[in-house]
Design a binder for this molecule. Sequence first.
Ligand code: GLY
Length: 577
Amino acid sequence: MRRFNIIIVALLFISCNEDSKQNHLVLKTEKTNPLTNNPTYGLIVDSAMVVSARAEASKIGVDIMKLGGNAFDAMIATELALAVTYPVAGNIAGGGFMVYRTQNGAVGALDYREKAPLKATRDMYLDKNGSFISKKSKLGVLAVGVPGTVAGIFEVYKKFGSLPLEQLFKPVIDLAKNGYIITKKQASRLNQFQKIIKEVNSGESLYTQNYKEGDTLKNKELANTLFRISKNGRKEFYEGETANIMVDFLDSKNGIITLDDLKAYEAIWRDPVVFNYKDLKIISMSPPSSGGICLAQILKLIEPYPIKDYGHNSLKTIQVITEAERRAYADRSFYLGDPDFVSIPSKKLISTDYLKGRMEQFSFEKATDSKSLSYGSIPGFESSETTHYSIVDSYGNSIAVTTTLNGAYGSKLYVDQLGFFLNNEMDDFSAKPGEPNMFGLIGGEANAIAPQKRMLSSMTPTLIEKNNAFWMSLGTPGGSTIITSVLQTLLNVYEYDMTMQQAVDAPRFHHQWLPDVVIFESDSFSKQLLDSLKNKGYKIQSKTGTVIGKVDAIRILPNGKLEGGADQRGDDTAIGF
Ligand code: GLY
């Protein structure tokens, strides 16, 4: 099934409030749902749904659920199908996070984030003068973290899997073998990165050919790798033939990842960050992701302000959200890192008494200067290419998964013999505390490099309960903008009564403390609004082509049906039954 493609041009006035009327926003495209004939809703189904970056991956996940599989079975198949059809971010040599809520209301989180190799050192990306060599943490062999995805899917299977593993792998192996159709957006992306992939790999490979829309891409090597993993299990990737080929490949490029690194890798079940925003209970990813804590801080900082009355994307709403984001990202840079290595005052950071003081300086008259603001004081305490999918099954289980290679096609290193790209997640560490990473994020000591440590992430797979029942699953790629995209999408539905589809499509803005600039998606916010912000001292960036996030989400409608929100910014597709 393809995503809805009936596109109409429409102006959408989100609120009747005076302020937002003045600053109305333009939704350039809107999909019509042929099932409901309602132009504002996404796909609506009765029982189960997958929303992901590729139609093939959503379909494979849904087919698994049609066979009686649960959301966790579907997760495994969807994750692998994205590795085949969406190699820019889908992966088996990257990592990710899953947040889940079972049919009984139990919640949990799985961390299958990459780790620094045993031979990693704190200053491995600095030259002899102590200057950061930024390319080294982004491109090629030293950028690669020890991959976690395969360990992740096997942990999910061990705890929750219900169908035979071979049944989950089979459709994906067939897809890799028989090929998938390249979309227009995908062809343009592949061609954009062709040159750098060729350079990093010193030669041609499957992904350096010229692709155009409609071509079929077959990846026999990946099909073989997946077949071996389905036959031999997790060990195949971490100790078996696949592990040996991977390490030989890395050795040939002077890499530092060894078989010991692969053998030592474990995915970890963690407690998610759980907090309330008004009458919602929000369940999101805990460290080593900054997502859950930052999202909690921002929502709690804005909670006292009547942003519904201010209006969607109105001047006052944007000011309150921006100032809350500024404070949360300042804390992120100081306090957050791998909880197995640094002590994080998680409870305190999201507590009302701590957050109360953080907005004291804020005034609607003038922007706070990021230079004047640091992390908050707590007494006693001293990568844009990613992909997200949401799944709900007919048993009542729901999951939110964000997985990544970090940059587009990760380190760009492609293991020909195995059919996959290797991540460049090492760039998510603070290579030199104070120096920005590829997302401009400044990190501190808490996120310094150490052997076996996990690098801090912004991935924010999130589930929401309303009235003690599951209500929404959402998440997005977008590096540092992940947290603020998740924030705005949930507010769009909860505060501004948008449908799920409208909420993911609505124009977004982003602020992250440093650099001290508010970024807006291009052509979506009025000049008058941006000028008003400038007059109050906000530094504005609204460059042509700016896209913030690519949210995939599912919510429960009041009648109990599921509505999908598949972001129009990509090829994202909701499929269900
Ligand atoms: N690599 C992007 C992130 O984890 O935030």
